[in-house]
Design a binder for this molecule. Structure first.
Ligand code: SF4
Length: 148
């Protein structure tokens, strides 16, 4: 089971093209100015099985984005879903408040990174806010191609 706050089909702001965005519960980064503070509690939203999420992903038939919250707090639990999404032929973008370097110490994150195509990393820093940057909120964040 994964804890998910919302699943949005057909969003255009969380990566290229129309995508299915999955907003996972839980974030301890607490960036000032965060757009989604309602996702911070780790028990926000509801429990979902892999099959419940895959039903939405298949029906929408878009590539997928993991957002939140910070999906990396549930990295171990998300692994089977990430495998199912990749097996079904979709790409995965993932947003995280951790840096890529920090993720090597987060349980399950190194394994999850192997299934992610593009990682947008780092906390949102309001002083570095830049609305001209595609798919990220502040200039410290990096769009890192892992497999694409
Ligand atoms: S990492 Fe993302 S969800 Fe978490 S507090 Fe920062 S901006 Fe908000």
């Amino acid at each position: 089971m994964m804890r998910i706050v919302d699943i949005v089909e057909g969003t255009s702001v969380d990566g290229p093209g129309l995508r299915t965005s999955i907003y996972f519960a839980g974030c301890d980064h607490r960036c000032p100015g965060c757009h989604n503070p309602q996702t911070w509690p780790h028990d926000a939203g509801s429990d979902f099985t892999v099959e419940q999420v895959m039903e939405v992903v298949r029906r929408a038939d878009f590539n997928v984005t993991f957002s939140g919250g910070d999906p990396m707090y549930q990295a171990e639990r998300i692994l089977p879903l990430a495998r199912a999404i990749k097996d079904a032929g979709y790409t995965i973008w993932c947003y995280t408040g951790f840096t890529l370097e920090q993720l090597k110490d987060v349980p399950g994150a190194p394994e999850l990174l192997k299934l992610i195509d593009v990682l947008v990393d780092g906390p949102y820093i309001a002083a570095l806010r830049d609305t001209t940057l595609p798919f990220r909120g502040s200039s410290n964040q990096r769009v890192i191609r892992l497999t694409l």
